[in-house]
Design a protein around this ligand. Structure first.
Ligand code: NDP
Length: 264
């Protein structure tokens, strides 16, 4: 079934591994050309090369730190040069934190603000003109269940992801008449190499195996009793990028195996 994405161009931040790589593969399968960025150049270039070979699409892998305005500008200029514009922007680059509000310095708040919020603002500002030229577009911001239901060890993560959801709503209102649909997606537990690394470290202290650690985390938080896969999340994101989701505007979609308990 053709879902109407063939030959579109998608820019995905943090597209070299985990959720970003999962959605890159999902979009490539539908014939979408890709521009991926990450800080580790070798990893992002390998990802682009492999996906391009596997799915027969054009893919660019660029070293860019999205917390640095000049690196975003450089990335966007390369994308403009190669593809002549962008139809889909997925602001995905991000990471968890660990602190107490009373101890964390301003610098840490600024660092996460730049990563989770300002990067999405800057990329939207840079790419919306080409979406307008092309007659429309899609922007998806990858937030987190923590934007609504905080984990107590990572307040800066919770706050900046909540800000990203509000940014998405405001941008959606601003762009809806340009045929540009903006939404955010808030995953719960999605299995990525980062989770495996965390499990490798923390399970040792607990005297259990990494798999047992991950199983305990899943059972503790997700009523479904397991982590989601990047493929499960990617399937939803690909749908949201497609014209099939034409009435999906300005929302925040949870994908969390039932973890969200807040109902109002
Ligand atoms: P990973 O750590 O597996 O991947 C993160 C990606 O972002 C990598 O490609 C990384 O590459 C890149 N990245 C990180 N910082 C920067 C930066 N400053 N500039 C450019 N690229 C960067 O994370 P996940 O796939 O798990 O998470 C992706 C998003 O989903 C994040 O925003 C996260 O908060 C969110 N999320 C994840 C959940 C999960 O359970 N996995 C749950 C809820 C939300 P490099 O290091 O080379 O820069």
């Amino acid at each position: 079934m053709d879902i109407g994405l063939r030959n579109k161009v998608a820019l995905i931040t943090g597209g070299s591994v985990g959720i970003g790589l999962g959605v890159a593969r999902g979009l490539a399968r539908e014939g979408v050309h890709l521009a991926l960025c990450a800080r580790n150049e070798e990893r992002v270039q390998n990802a682009a090369r492999e996906i391009s070979k596997e799915y027969g699409i054009e893919a660019l892998g660029v070293k860019a730190d999205v917390t640095v305005s000049e690196e975003i500008d450089h990335f966007c200029s390369l994308v403009e040069e190669k593809f002549g514009g962008t139809d889909i922007l997925i602001n995905n680059a991000g990471t968890g934190s660990a602190e107490k509000i009373m101890d964390a310095p301003d610098e840490k708040w600024n660092q996460y603000w730049d990563l989770h919020v300002l990067a999405a603002v800057r990329l939207s500002r840079a790419l919306v003109p080409s979406m307008r030229r092309r007659g429309g577009g899609v922007i998806i911001n990858i937030a987190s269940i923590c934007s609504r239901q905080p984990l107590d060890y990572e307040p800066i993560y919770n706050v900046t992801k909540a800000a990203l959801v509000m940014f998405s709503k405001c941008l959606a209102n601003e762009l809806v008449n340009d045929n540009i649909r903006v939404n955010s997606v808030s995953p719960g537990l999605i299995m990525t190499p980062d989770w495996r690394k965390t499990a490798g470290i923390l399970s040792k202290d607990m005297g259990i195996s990494p798999d047992e650690y991950l199983d305990r985390v899943a059972k503790k938080y997700a009523p479904i009793g397991r982590f989601g896969t990047t493929e499960e999340l990617a399937d939803f994101l690909v749908f949201l990028c497609s014209p099939r989701a034409s009435y999906c505007v300005g929302s925040n979609y949870y994908m969390d195996g039932g973890w969200l308990t807040v109902t109002t």
